[in-house]
Design a protein around this ligand. Sequence first.
Ligand code: SAM
Length: 339
Amino acid sequence: MDLVDPFGRTIRDLRISVTDRCNFRCTYCMPAEGMQWLPRSEVLTFEEIERLARIFVERYEVDGIRITGGEPTVRAHLPVLIEKLSDLRVPAGSRSPLAGSKPDLAITTNGATFRLVAHDLRAAGLDRVNISLDTLQRERFLQMTRRDELVRVLDGIEAAKEAGFAPVKVNAVIERGTNDDEVVDLARYGREHGVEVRFIEFMPLDAEGGWDRSKVFSQAEIVSTIDAVFPLEQVPSRGAAPADRWRYRDGGGLIGVIPTVTAPFCGDCDRVRLTADGQFRTCLFETREFDLRALLRNGASDDELAAEIERAVGTKWAGHQINQVNFIRPKRTMSQIGG
Ligand code: SAM
């Protein structure tokens, strides 16, 4: 059966954070020091994640799962989880194009150690990879991520291609005054390496409270900057996908823009999220969470878990409030929620 929210949106996409830990400290996400990690006992086990994912896929016909974090590749034995998720089946009678098959399985990673796991993740059934890369300049990479890992991330992107992931996408957060002068260079990198770059507007989910509207380099600015060098045409309708897409008029591939701040796509949002500690969220910017871990660990039946999931989805709001005066930042940062 479909899981439908009060605004008629059917939930199709589940984001699962497998850890709040990360080997980077990106300035727009985490503080340099002093992150308080979840104690291991509070993090869901693979069996717990699988049990919840099974309810979403097999009961509610959710046909896409994205694994994220923190940095998901720092979680040991990640291919074992991917294997478990690959065994799930979207019900045969579902309207999903994946009816009768496994859900689409994707990961968002910083890519630094991706070469070490790419092959095993692919063999376990992972379909797609997004690798984060905000700059092509080594010094700036060090400033933005607080790690000198540009070379390994670029190699991680090549490893993803070699392992057969297609498409490989690159996520680039653009912050005015930090890396907005690299939009064309990143676009050129995507064209030359056959990867789709998805430019992301800077969102108010950083740990240090440094976000303000003036630092948002908007979708309109991103597109016009690239278009001036590599002419673009918009690809019609993104449906529930978060990115608006453009293609190069010369056939050089595609770009995406995730315009969360200046052109929110909440009206088509089909996403829900599970944090590493088993809290269920219906929006990245929600302040309210539903504690599925407590239910799991207190012996709840699948019907009881499903009832709580439905109760939560019944509270999914029409859209986030970033552009309104009453916007309240979530207490948890992107890395703690799972981007
Ligand atoms: N560690 C993985 C990675 O780097 O891709 C996965 C988790 S990370 C939180 C997921 C995505 O969120 C990354 O593409 C990251 O750049 C993005 N992100 C983090 N903080 C953000 C912010 N304040 N605004 C926009 N995007 C952000």
